[in-house]
Design a protein around this ligand. Sequence first.
Ligand SMILES: [Zn+2]
Length: 189
Amino acid sequence: MNKITRQISIIRNLISLIGDNPDREGLRETPRRVLRSYSELFSGYMYSDIQIRRVLQKTFTETHDYDEIIVCKNIPFMSFCEHHILPFQGVCHIGYLPNKVVVGLSKLPRLVDIYSKRLQIQERMTMEIASMIFSTLKSRGVGVIIEAEHLCVACRGVKKVGSRMVTSAMLGLFREQAETRQEFLELTR
Ligand SMILES: [Zn+2]
């Protein structure tokens, strides 16, 4: 069996497991469509840590000594919880205190994209984004806040539609200095 046939048969089995017939007309092309959408939804696995660092290393040094907090807020994302393989979606706010270099504006959303297109838990994703920025940019501080709604909470189990989970990771001066953290929180409000 070649790779694609094997993958199709896995999705066909999943359809049977759900309780439907993978051979009925409406479902016949579904396995191929699912595979195509999975390769997009989970494209974050194509990036190694080294490649992610490379994305962030496109920096600018001509910052005119700008040394205040830089915030990129309301970055939308969709990810999948690793416990139920159901989507969770929301926004990510990122702030950092530059250390002589600033990163290109599109790079932070790229970073969120890469980490969200994997099976995730929100807590880990928050931390991964923060530590990658902190260690690659050698910034003086980093703060990441993620607010998201989890479909596994909204449509199954306790069925709480509209409840949002908020997680945050504060590193460097964002952790050590209350004023810096406060300023970041105000900027993301
Ligand atoms: Zn879940």
